[in-house]
Design a protein around this ligand. Sequence first.
Ligand code: FES
Length: 163
Amino acid sequence: MYSAKVMEHFSQPRNTGKINHADGEGVVGNIKCGDQLTIYIQVEDERLVDVRYLVFGCAAAIATSSMTTELVKGKTVEEALQVSEQDVIDALDGLPPLKYHCSNMAVSALRLAIRDYQEKKGKTALQKIGRSARQSVHALKDRIVTHMMYRLHGTENEGGDDG
Ligand code: FES
């Protein structure tokens, strides 16, 4: 019922385990069967340099998780988002139709992990912008105060020229 490739990935799953301090993490549970999968990604220069997973599930869930990580490892984030459930099924030389939903779990968890990464990256970028904006406001305030002091008392040095 399962292809030789499914059996191979089931008996020798690739990229298993957890990435500590992962850049992104996606968790998916399958309400039909109660299985659960967590995918972890590590990203450098927008490329998935490591992809790992922990799965509690059937043979197809293990094989599709393993194959999904193999398909996207080394790809850019954008390329990884293009990988579909059908790509995973094709790479495994097919799955019994009853097991198609198992492949959804791996691809969905991967997309959630990428979304998690993108959200974290967005927050970091916003924090940097916020810090730089606060510094600019402080610098501007200092200049305004210096200018006002000069206008009021004519004694403050406006712009550092003692001349
Ligand atoms: S039967 Fe649960 S994921 Fe396959």
